[in-house]
Design a protein around this ligand. Structure first.
Ligand code: NAP
Length: 287
């Protein structure tokens, strides 16, 4: 069976390496990005570029969005020159952005009314797993559409899970990012406490990473902490959005409010475009 043609909207930190993997796996990929210059490297790697979202839909079987937030996704789907402006029944849309479960259900409803397939498939894993094709893909939608998308998911991730109807994938994504935020905040506070009391961050990170408290996050973020340099793999502003969405989706746990407040204040203090681990820099500047 021939491979479906893929349309991809959103070439940020995640979208770009994900498209690269689809190209390497032999998929034909048509890309569109608001800032056109970001399309260039992928065109050189074999992608074609669409002039507009409707043109991309016309040429592709499966259309994937990987955008910042709910507003961006809604604009790309429903805007005047959006993906749904010239609907062609039978196409499958996959939103891989992290958005509210409500937004995923809303888009699924609109697509169903237009005779289009839709599933949400946000991902767990940052830029490195996106580059390595080892993301964990959290799917909400029908089994039929999941099966159609599976060959694509098999390239982008090491695991994809159909979690139930629309909204379930996005809910699972907000849940895992709550744990991510807890890990980041815990790591930052622990290292800062040690440093303040005369223990070097190098020694503290060794104690953490050699012991039972080590995890993927503590290991992945150690270099940034040691160098005090936080280039965005996962921009802090996106985690603020995810914590806000988790609260709005009903997360009412003792730590969600202080956690959200800390990351939100870090964003307001100018750390939004740095990596999520820059929460340490923000906390340090407020000691
Ligand atoms: P990013 O680097 O900030 O890229 C965002 C993308 O959205 C860019 O292509 C941007 O276009 C586009 N965009 C934003 N607003 C738009 C609008 N109004 N209209 C059209 N396009 C718009 O984000 P990312 O890190 O790739 O993350 C993408 C999504 O995945 C987010 O929902 C994020 O929460 C989630 N996620 C990220 C990570 C991570 O580690 N980075 C991990 C898991 C999930 P321009 O290039 O024109 O700005």
């Amino acid at each position: 069976m021939s491979k479906p043609k893929i349309g991809w909207v959103g070439l940020g930190n995640m979208g770009t390496p994900m498209v690269n993997n689809l190209l390497k796996a032999g998929f034909e990929v048509n890309v569109f990005n608001r800032t056109k210059s970001k399309e260039q490297a992928l065109v050189e790697a074999g992608a074609s570029a669409a002039e507009s979202p409707p043109q991309l839909v016309q040429h592709c079987d499966i259309i994937i969005t990987m955008l910042s937030d709910d507003a961006a996704v809604k604009e790309i789907f429903e805007g005047t020159n959006g993906l749904l402006s010239k609907p062609q029944p039978g196409k499958l849309f996959i939103d891989m952005s992290t958005v509210a479960p409500e937004t995923s259900c809303y888009l699924a409803g609109i697509c169903a009314r237009l005779g289009l397939g839709f599933i949400e498939a946000p991902v767990s894993g940052s830029v490195k797993p996106a580059q390595d094709g080892t993301l964990i893909i959290l799917v909400g939608g029908s089994a039929e559409n999941y099966e159609k998308a599976k060959p694509v998911f098999d390239v982008l991730g090491k695991l994809s899970l159909l979690l139930g109807e629309s909204g379930k994938g996005s809910t699972a994504k907000l849940a895992i990012n709550y744990l991510l935020a807890l890990n980041l905040q815990g790591l930052a506070e622990t290292v800062l406490f040690a440093e303040k009391n005369g223990i070097s961050k190098q020694d503290m990170l060794t104690i953490i990473n050699e012991g039972a408290c080590a995890n993927g996050i503590t290991k992945l973020k150690s270099t940034s902490i040691l160098n005090d340099d936080y280039p965005a793999a996962f921009a802090l502003k996106h985690l603020v959005k995810d914590l806000r969405l988790a609260k709005e989706a009903g997360l009412d746990a003792p730590l969600i409010t202080p956690l959200y407040d800390a990351f939100n204040k870090a964003q307001q203090a100018g750390f939004g475009n740095e990596d999520v681990m820059a929460i340490k820099k923000y906390l340090e500047s407020n000691q």
